[in-house]
Design a protein around this ligand. Sequence first.
Ligand code: NAD
Ligand code: GLY
Length: 371
Amino acid sequence: MRVESRRVSVLLPQCHYDIVIGSGILPSFSNFSAVQLKAAHKIVLLSDETVAPLYAAPLAKQLNDMGKQLLSITVPAGEGSKSFAVFERVLEQLLSWPIDRKTLLIAVGGGVIGDLGGFIASVALRGIPFIQVPTTLLAQVDSSVGGKTAINCKAGKNLIGSFYQPELVVIDTDCLETLPLRERRAGYAEIIKYGLLGDAAFFDWCVLHGQAVLDGEPQSLHHAIETSCRAKAAIVAADEKESGVRALLNLGHTFAHALEADVGFDNRLLHGEAVAFGLRLAARLSVQTSGLSAAASKQLETHLDALGYPRGLKDLVAGHKFVAQQLIEHMESDKKTLHGAKTFIVLDSIGAARELRGIPDSLVLSILEDA
Ligand code: NAD
Ligand code: GLY
């Protein structure tokens, strides 16, 4: 069943942009992006090896037919492309094409392509316009919105980047039909997160409809994506550069980043998988440090169990043994750590989150050991 397209506006002091959400809308991409396309004679289409033939190539044909000059750049799929080496190669390629200040970069892919493409757009000629076309659930509900761009380096993940907003985000939910269940499940973790941190009614909706979202049932999928984008747009509008409320989006992420760092940021543990486990641990921490009831924490865990997320740390990554003390050490180098104090987002109740520092390591350690 076709679901009507919707628009969510991201209203920032310096710029406004729309997120268009629909099913089967990529074939009419030029209608949605007419204003942005009009100014650009040259377009850089950035994608990865998996997404390029599926979604970037048809888009390239459409733009070619409009008489645009195109440079299609394809990088390897996966986190490894958020590197200095790929950043340099892509930047050199587009600068020697050459681009001009009106050249539009279109990032077609998951969070890796969005983060890499956004960062490149922010520094090429000191900034060229870019459009996000997110093709994973995670990118459609989180990474394509809000202007965080980044690559990784030896010292850690997402440590080099900028805040740089896209001109437009075009979300075609049909892209999710080719996305493996494992990736959809990873993206869903970021969806429940919005309910937990600020919208108890949406969390209740997720408990009822989470399986339908994973199954790709159109109405449920659209509702989940639109609600998530609205929640993120409101938070980013209130605090673009994360000096306050935006930090709440890091619910579960202090744990998640430590887990990812321990595995070495490779695809044995997807970001969203780590976030889902991090949400469990954040809820357990909240029961001990804040007002979250044990029943509410249990409700979250039962929902995650029902959807097939791993229940214990030993089941998270086959063949990998997590050591609690080592995870604490990874947290020390987390970019949210301030003057040596680890930062956690905790829940007072479902739908009410806040930042908390100064939690004793012994408590975090015991939660990790129990997990
Ligand atoms: P990803 O971009 O690596 O995509 C996951 C995999 O799915 C890749 O192999 C990709 O080729 C494939 N894929 C993408 N779309 C597909 C489709 N429609 N059909 C089939 N396969 C498809 O990973 P991701 O989970 O989308 O994003 C993770 C990245 O996002 C991490 O680097 C994380 O740091 C970043 N992130 C950024 C923000 C932000 O605010 N900027 C927020 C959350 C996460
Ligand atoms: N994904 C966290 C943020 O955008 O702030």
